[in-house]
Ligand binder design. Structure first.
Ligand SMILES: [Zn+2]
Length: 112
């Protein structure tokens, strides 16, 4: 599973939105808004709802990322191979009987 490791931050001055890495956005982090160049300070418990929202979202994404990393470490690449074989559609496409029926139109008429 691919997890988006960026979160959306809204600038409280120009209301412009931009994305930043969830791993970086945490208490004590600061960055400049790309559109109005205002420096945004990410402080826990900030009265600014845009900052609070970004910090909360970043925390959630960091949790998801940590979970995904743990899962990946516990079960290696094997899973991808298993799902490919179990795919019912893949089996139908390869099936030789399917091709034979389509090849002779007569079989379809006589079976009626
Ligand atoms: Zn801005």
């Amino acid at each position: 599973m691919d997890i988006d490791d960026t979160i959306q931050v809204r600038c409280s001055r120009c209301k412009g939105k931009f994305r930043d890495k969830a791993r970086r956005v945490r208490d004590g982090y600061s960055r400049q808004c790309p559109s109005c160049e205002r420096l945004l300070f990410f402080v826990d418990g900030s009265p600014n709802t845009d900052i609070n929202d970004a910090l909360r979202k970043a925390e959630q994404v960091r949790k998801l990322l940590r979970k995904a990393e743990e899962e990946e470490a516990s079960r290696p690449a094997r899973r991808a191979v298993e799902t490919a074989v179990d795919d019912p559609e893949a089996t139908v496409a390869i099936s030789p009987t399917d091709r034979r029926v389509r090849g002779s139109g007569r079989t379809t008429i006589s079976s009626r």
